[in-house]
Design a protein around this ligand. Structure first.
Ligand code: GTP
Ligand code: MG
Length: 227
């Protein structure tokens, strides 16, 4: 199952949404950015299909699905430009392509912890997929308690003029890690309005992250004995 959030790639709608951007790109540059979006979206589809195919293969061979579900999203143009501005990059397609790798994103939610690394290996071992970046927040959780495996891969998209490599960011995490991250995200988001909430619940959530890890490892052990 893939849940897709709609993306914005319409020039008119885009212009009206860019009011908050100080150095707004001109029309030509915006057209280039929209072309880039289409390309990145195609890369995202390539990777989604690969992941779906891996999951189906497991289903046939082992009567088991490592992937619980996937979500894919394109970064909104407004937040892309805000990020570029925040990081001090030029607001050009070139500078954005060179520096920002999470324009096309896929979140893969697995059943168990081992599935995360299996999915990663099976994807990255494919001859047309290249690993660009890797952050293992499961081995090294963030201070908040956040756990997930983040990788950026590049995949060729075949255009009329030939293949173009496109980066896609993939966050791979278990159902438990996802549940935790959703709640913690909500807490951080609400913090803008009420900063006491983080000090009230931050430590407790960090503790829950550790407990969840133990529970997930325990359940994985039982699951292994059953297959
Ligand atoms: P950016 O340039 O800001 O993307 O920095 P980065 O590439 O170093 O990002 P990082 O590896 O921290 O991953 C960013 C994404 O991971 C965020 O958009 C969130 O989806 C997720 N994430 C990272 N840290 C946390 C956290 O503490 N809590 C939650 N809920 N999500 C997190
Ligand atoms: Mg990022």
């Amino acid at each position: 199952m893939i849940l897709e959030r709609p993306s914005v790639i319409n020039l008119k709608k885009l212009q009206s949404e860019l009011d908050g951007i100080v150095n707004r790109p001109d029309m030509d540059e915006l057209s280039e950015l929209i072309k880039m979006y289409q390309l990145y979206q195609a890369g995202q589809k390539e990777i989604s299909t690969k992941l779906e195919n891996l999951d189906s293969e497991f289903q046939v061979n082992y009567d088991y699905n490592p992937i619980h579900h996937m979500e894919s999203r394109m970064k909104e143009m407004q937040s892309l430009l805000q990020k570029a501005e925040r990081k001090g990059y030029d607001l050009t397609t070139k500078a954005i392509e060179d520096n920002i790798y999470d324009i096309a994103g896929i979140r893969v939610i697995t059943n168990y912890i081992d599935d995360i690394y299996n999915v990663e290996k099976l994807l990255v071992d494919q001859t047309d997929v290249t690993l660009l970046k890797r952050k293992d927040y499961i081995k090294n959780p963030k201070d908040s308690g956040y756990r997930s495996l983040h990788i950026v891969v590049k995949v060729p998209v075949f255009q009329a003029t030939g293949p173009i490599d496109v980066p896609v960011e993939i966050q791979i995490r278990t159902v438990g890690m996802d549940m935790w991250a959703s709640l913690e995200h909500k807490l951080r988001y609400k913090t803008d309005a009420n900063p006491e909430l983080v000090s009230k619940y931050g430590d407790r959530l960090k503790g829950y992250a550790e407990e969840l890890e133990q529970i997930e490892r325990g359940m994985q052990g039982i699951h292994k004995e059953l297959i």
